[in-house]
Design a protein around this ligand. Structure first.
Ligand code: SF4
Length: 508
């Protein structure tokens, strides 16, 4: 049961579009992209957009939530690629829907299979044989043009080259061709959903969105900070902010029309919004709960902490990424220990109960000292008055990302990542920390290969989708197809060689 579902009469529209989030309902409905695309597409009278997610049960065919139709009944199926780990789910969904997996095997009777989202612009090559076209950039800059052309062209599949003429569209079956990212300069020029789809379920239900039942408010898009390891900081620049006036109107109306009492601020660099503090106060002074995913170490203030407390948020999240100032400088996140401790001490004094901290292990130039310093930093945080039980440390092995200054750098060998991770985790455990989570380095290798790989990986993805997405299957697939994933990640890429993603221009 959901509110604000749009159901259209298929006989009265020209295009039936299935928006697919290639993960389960809870994950997909936590994403602002789902709300935005559903709203944008259904705003057109000639389009009916219905949502579809990966079914919770294995081997069940995916159906749309609005009309219960299978994906084959739609004209266009649009996937959003938010995480590389969802690639296997894309193939699984196509397979379960009875749609030929490869673009070369589809006919004019099959729906057009398209994709957008950060992974599409990061490096579409590993999944490029499965998609008829990719949208590279902001949906608002491309979607209407794409639909108009689709409705104009009699046989879209036979005329894919027509789509490639639109800025921001990549048609992989034409071979690698240059694509410039299409982007929106002013967010205020783009409409924002007001009546968002909200599941009417208990907060503890496995269908409840991650932020709870809340109005997702996109305050910023992209980030200009340029941390050297971060994809968003290089593929989606500059940071653009909706004006405070625009956001106030949304806060006045959105929660009311969505039937919720909470506002979640969305944006990779949301705390960089020029009116961030005023925005937080406006939410809580309007009587709503507030959720802010992550905060700026250098901009954190008592006033912001107060709004969070008033808005019911019990945890603050900061991302120092590295243990020493030296390494933080190298990755272009030059916060001093004093700045980090000052932000956390403000949180403590203002009554914030829990602190979550993100770190990366295996960054270029990392030394033993950098790892030990993470534990030292946590020790100092405990001395500020937080107990070890109140701290949550999340660790990710470094994954080199396309388009970033680290795109040529090798990932450390598996053994070495494991050694460093074990060292750090056991050091942290000595402090009594209960909440330490980390990504298994074997999965970090697979993720890195899916980020940095090329078209040959399609076969592996297909195999894993058919035989189960687990480490054993990935190992078997590499043997069967004689493709060693470590080749994509353990070797540095040469500066004078073309990279698999060189044809994707994410510049401004
Ligand atoms: S890590 Fe955060 S601040 Fe740095 S570039 Fe990425 S989104 Fe921006």
């Amino acid at each position: 049961m959901e509110v604000n579902v749009v159901k259209k009469d298929w006989r009265k529209v020209d295009l039936r579009f299935a928006f697919v989030y290639p993960n389960v309902y809870r994950v997909g409905m936590s994403s602002f992209t789902t709300q935005l695309l559903y709203f944008l597409l259904n705003s057109r009278e000639d389009v009916a957009c219905e949502r579809c997610f990966l079914p919770y049960q294995r081997n069940v065919s995916p159906i749309s939530l609005e009309s219960g139709r299978g994906l084959r009944d739609f004209d266009v199926i649009g996937f959003t690629l938010q995480f590389e780990t969802d690639y296997v789910n894309v193939v699984d969904i196509l397979r379960r829907s009875g749609i030929p997996l490869y673009t070369k095997d589809r006919s004019e009777r099959d729906p057009l299979i398209i994709a957008g989202g950060p992974c599409a612009w990061e490096n579409p090559e590993p999944v490029s044989d499965f998609f008829d076209l990719f949208i590279i950039g902001d949906a608002e800059a491309v979607l209407d043009k794409f639909i108009d052309v689709f409705l104009e062209v009699k046989k879209p599949r036979e005329n894919l080259e027509v789509f490639a003429e639109i800025e921001g569209i990549y048609v992989p079956s034409l071979g690698k061709h240059y694509v410039k990212r299409a982007w929106i300069r002013k967010l205020d020029d783009c409409p924002h959903p007001i009546a968002e789809v909200i599941p009417q379920v208990d907060e503890n239900s496995s269908f409840a969105p991650v932020f709870g039942k809340s109005f997702l408010l996109e305050a910023t898009r992209g980030c200009s900070r340029g941390c050297s390891f971060c994809l968003i900081g290089f593929q989606n620049r500059p940071m653009r902010a909706r004006s405070f006036e625009f956001l106030r109107k949304l806060i006045d109306e959105g929660p009311k029309f969505s039937g919720v009492n909470k506002v979640s601020l969305i944006g990779s660099a949301v705390a960089d919004h020029p009116n961030f503090e005023d925005l937080c106060w406006y939410v809580v002074d309007s009587g709503f709960e507030l959720s802010v995913p992550s905060l700026r170490i250098d901009g954190f203030s008592e006033s912001i902490a107060e709004t969070l407390i008033k808005g019911g948020q019990k945890t603050v999240t900061f991302a120092p990424e590295a243990g020493t100032f030296r390494l933080r400088q190298i990755v272009n996140k030059p916060f001093t220990d004093e700045q980090i401790l000052s932000a956390i001490s403000i949180a403590k004094e203002c009554g914030i109960k829990h602190v979550k901290l993100y770190f990366i292990v295996g960054l270029p130039n990392e030394t033993e000292e950098d790892l030990k310093s993470i534990t030292d930093l946590i020790r100092k945080i405990i001395e500020l008055g937080y107990s070890a039980r109140d701290l949550h440390v999340s660790i990710t092995p470094f994954i080199p990302k396309p388009h970033t200054p680290f795109q040529w750098v090798a990932q450390l060998p598996l053994k070495e990542i494991r050694r460093r991770l074990n060292f750090l985790v056991s050091d942290l455990r000595k402090l009594g920390l209960n909440y330490i989570d980390y990504l298994d380095p074997r999965w970090a290798k697979i993720q890195a290969a899916l980020s940095l790989g090329d078209r040959r990986l399609g076969k592996l993805i297909e195999y894993v989708a058919e035989h189960g997405n687990n480490l054993g299957t990935w190992r078997r697939a590499q043997k069967i197809f004689n493709i060693d994933l470590t080749r994509y990640v353990d070797e540095a890429r040469s500066l004078d060689k073309e990279l698999p993603w060189s044809h994707i221009d994410v510049g401004v």
